[in-house]
Structures are given as structure tokens and as C-alpha cells.
Design a protein around this ligand. Structure first.
Ligand code: XBP
Ligand code: MG
Length: 261
């Protein structure tokens, strides 16, 4: 039976609820700075989340929701500048401590490190955004708790493509059956599966709770804690009220013993 050696963690929606009050707010601030009258409401943003990556999301918005916008000649540079401004706003927001970790995240990171698991990040957002979130929530130097940070444009194709997970596993020097991924979205689940990772835990959030998580080993409301138990949405975790190391190991054993996902 393959041994569980590493946790690969998504960031947005998984470590913290960054989308609604983080990324969305930062996009709107950047649009405002640029003199654009675009306003991404919470509801519209839910639709835009079908596409991962901020630059890709702006293009998707224009294609699907604002086709009348007259695109500047240097369109790629226009998108890149908007996105850079958005990143600055996002970093300012997270660095101010406005976005906490989701329940159980700090605890599970500590338990898994104590048990000798290796930690890596596999995210669509930028390295700078990850750093700002980790340092504002876990303290200075928190990035060094993760052996690999696979982020943003280091790969061409973003989730649901497998590239970011493949990149992370190559840097760790591990095969897919030694890894367990924690995700919050269908795009993330598909990305991990497509990279060959068979054990995937999903912690849903307000934007993703109605997505189809067929094939996920376990789907819960959140990782949970002593005073804040996880609600099970799909699968089971016998004798546990929150996700702990026993739950992760049992999930990994179960998933890697299946012949196919
Ligand atoms: C996260 C994303 C990101 C963020 C914005 O997806 O989709 O696009 O919303 O990040 P996942 P950037 O959690 O599946 O990795 O603007 O920095 O691209
Ligand atoms: Mg996510």
C-alpha cells in the first residue's frame, strides 16, 4: 500500500475564504483605479469563478458579460496592468489581516508537520498573494513551512488542467500515490485527479457547495475543530468529528487501494 508522504494544498477557498471578500474586492478596486465602471457583484463573481486565474477571469468577463467593451489596441498589456493593480490591492488587503484561515487549517498543518508529512501549495493565484496570506495568518516566515509553492504562471495551463499539481510533485520528487490534495472546488478536484492524485479531500465554501464532487474521497463543510465539527457532505470519516491525521491516512489508504478513480 502506498505511503502518504505529502499534503498538497490549494489556497483560495481552501486555506481561507479569499474569493468573495479578497480577490473580488481587489478586482473592483483595480477597475475603479483604471476608470472602468465594471463592478463584480458577489453573484456575478460566482459565475466568473468557473474560470481560474485572474487574467483569464477578466478575459472571460469581457467575452461573456461585457462584449460591448471597446478593447484597447495593446489588449494583453491592458489585462496584465489591470491584474498587477489587482494583485497590489489583494496584498494590501490580506496583509492587513482582513482574511483569516478557515477553521481547522492551522491545526491540521501543525498536526501533519508533527507527523512528518511534507507540505506543498498548488494554486492558481500568484506567489506574492500566497506569501501575503500565509504571513498574515501564520506569521513571518510561514512560507518556509511549505517545501514547494507551485503558484500562478509557473505553468501555462491553470486548473482544471493537471499542470500545477504535476509541477509541484516533480519539485517534491514524489509520485501521485504518495500525495493527498485538499481542494475546495470542482476545478481543483479535476486538476488533482488529472495529475493522477487519487486521494482528494474537498472542503466546500459558499461558492462551491453545490458543485459536483463525484470521485472525491471525502467532501466536508470544513476541516473542523474540537468546538466546530465538520459536516460530512460525501463519504465518511468514522469516529472523527473533524479532519485529523487519522482521517487523512484512512482516506489515502482507501483511495489508493481503488483500481481507478
Ligand atoms: C483560484 C483562482 C484565482 C484567484 C485569483 O483558483 O481562481 O484565480 O481567484 O488569483 P484555485 P489571481 O483555488 O483553484 O487555485 O488573480 O492571482 O490569478
Ligand atoms: Mg480553490
Amino acid at each position: 500500500m502506498p505511503e502518504l508522504k505529502a499534503l498538497l494544498l490549494d489556497v483560495d477557498g481552501t486555506l481561507a475564504d479569499t474569493e468573495r471578500n479578497g480577490h473580488r474586492v481587489a478586482f473592483n478596486a483595480a477597475f475603479n483605479d483604471a476608470g472602468l465602471d465594471w463592478e463584480w457583484s458577489e453573484a456575478l463573481y460566482g459565475k466568473l469563478l468557473t474560470v481560474t486565474g485572474g487574467k483569464e477571469r477578466i478575459r472571460f468577463y469581457l467575452d461573456q458579460f461585457n462584449p460591448g467593451f471597446k478593447r484597447p489596441l495593446e489588449f494583453d498589456a491592458f489585462i496584465a496592468n489591470l491584474h498587477r493593480a489587482k494583485t497590489d490591492h489583494y496584498i494590501a488587503l490580506t496583509s492587513s489581516g482582513a482574511i483569516p484561515l478557515r477553521p481547522g487549517v492551522r491545526r491540521l498543518l501543525e498536526e501533519s508537520t508533527a507527523d512528518g508529512l511534507r507540505l506543498a501549495i498548488a494554486t492558481t493565484t500568484t506567489f506574492d498573494n500566497v506569501t501575503a496570506l500565509l504571513e498574515s495568518t501564520l506569521g513571518e516566515g510561514a512560507v518556509s513551512r511549505f517545501e514547494v509553492i507551485a503558484a500562478g504562471d509557473v505553468v501555462d495551463a491553470k486548473k482544471p488542467a493537471p499542470d500545477i499539481y504535476i509541477w509541484a510533485m516533480a519539485r517534491l520528487g514524489l509520485d501521485a500515490d504518495s500525495c493527498l490534495a485538499i481542494e475546495d472546488s470542482k476545478n481543483g478536484l479535476h486538476s488533482a485527479h488529472a495529475a493522477g492524485i487519487r486521494s482528494v479531500l474537498v472542503t466546500v465554501n459558499g461558492y462551491t457547495e453545490h458543485e459536483d464532487f463525484s470521485g472525491a474521497g471525502l467532501v466536508v463543510s470544513h476541516l473542523g475543530d474540537t468546538d466546530d465539527p465538520s459536516r460530512i457532505i460525501q463519504g465518511s470519516m468514522p469516529q472523527a468529528s473533524w479532519v485529523n491525521m487519522e482521517v487523512l491516512c484512512a482516506l489515502h489508504d482507501r483511495c489508493t487501494n481503488l483500481l481507478a478513480v
